[in-house]
Design a protein around this ligand. Structure first.
Ligand code: TXA
Ligand code: MG
Length: 325
């Protein structure tokens, strides 16, 4: 997967000066990817409410797996429209936002952020960045922005626009150049989705500062597989069994199709992509699994999906969902 991601109408990544907020916001609203500075590191931003833009983030990063992403919002009010904040989360958010702290909280029922940004989880990681350009961009785009660090998978996080270009030139529409990042390490990720707070990733806000306000904070091992981000197998699984590499129908099965010629005879068919487009397939994956995961369906049959590009991440997720539990 070394091929640049085709960006309709845009052949080369543009470097925007700080004044070009409106142009950067317009690209984001059109579903394009724009890297932008935060106080921690540069983020690879996309409209978090647009499944296709979120899928394109994974493709641009060459991520072999769908890890959940941090979603950036301009203020606490916007956060409240996406996740549930208990009294404790409100207190922490008011104290540390804007700032290098991401909070993992339960998605609201009406949360408009793509399920792919949560990698299918019932929680969402949010933060309000403390960088004037990031805040201006969030307000101008008027969308929550999913933004992992703007590097390719397995590389170090970029702290200036030149680093971003070295990693992602040709793969994203633009980078907003705000000079070097102040903090230089990623945000602390704190899981407040359950009673016991869990520190999922150390970062810009030291643990001691959080403990002073919260009392004891557990390490990821505390919740076992349930809460440590690298291994969330059980969370991604639908209730119905999954049958991979399906080429013909079995009684009562629904089909998760891929490509132009799905086999016939299924109780219901949902297509990940009629044209065989893997970015589109990633964008539809989690919502499609949910839609088919109903009691009257005996199993979800999945057509073979190529391993190239985002296919690797899609198949990784499907294999975990199909694994015996
Ligand atoms: O400083 C930062 O946080 C940067 C800048 C751009 O804001 N962003 C960043 O995002 O580092 P990303 O996507 O590279 O890091 C996401 C981290 C991962 O460790 C991921 O597992 C965790 O946050 N995470 C995100 N959503 C989660 C969720 N719902 N549950 C558990 N962990 C989550
Ligand atoms: Mg990263």
């Amino acid at each position: 997967m070394t091929r640049p991601i085709p960006q309709p109408g845009i052949s080369v990544t543009r470097v925007f000066p700080p004044e070009a907020i409106a142009e950067a916001a317009a690209l984001l609203r059109a579903g394009e990817l724009v890297a932008f500075p935060t106080e921690t590191v540069y983020g690879l931003g996309g409209d978090a409410t647009n499944d296709h833009a979120v899928a394109a983030i994974f493709a641009a990063k060459d991520r072999p797996r769908f890890n959940p992403l941090i979603v950036h919002v301009p203020d606490l009010d916007t956060a409240r429209s996406l996740v549930g904040l208990d009294e404790r989360a409100e207190r922490i958010a008011r104290h540390f936002w804007p700032g290098p702290l991401s909070l993992v909280l339960p998605r609201r029922r009406d949360c408009r952020v793509s399920l792919l940004a949560s990698a299918g989880l019932a929680t969402l990681a949010l933060r309000v960045p403390a960088h004037p350009l990031a805040l201006q961009l969030l307000r101008a785009a008027a969308r929550p922005l999913a933004a992992p660090s703007a590097n390719r998978s397995g590389r170090v996080s970029p702290t200036c626009a030149e680093h971003v270009m070295a990693e992602l030139d040709g793969r994203i529409a633009a980078v907003l150049d705000g000079g070097p990042c102040r903090v230089g390490i990623e945000s602390t990720v704190l899981d407040l989705s359950e009673e016991q707070p869990v520190l999922l990733r150390p970062g810009g806000v030291p643990r001691e500062k959080l403990q002073a306000l919260l009392g004891s904070i557990a390490d990821p091992e505390f919740g076992g597989e349930r809460r440590s981000p690298g291994m969330l197998q059980s969370h991604y699984a639908p209730q119905r069994p999954l049958r991979l590499d399906a080429r013909e129908a079995r009684p009562g099965e629904a089909l998760l199709a891929f490509g132009p010629d799905p086999p016939k005879g299924f109780a219901e068919v949902r297509s990940l992509s009629e044209t065989g487009d893997l970015v589109e397939a990633a964008a539809r994956l989690f919502a499609s699994l949910r839609a088919l995961d109903r009691p009257e369906i005996t199993a979800i049959a999945v057509m073979p999906i190529p391993e190239s590009g985002l296919g690797a991440a899609i198949n990784d997720r499907l294999r975990r969902a199909a694994a015996p539990r």
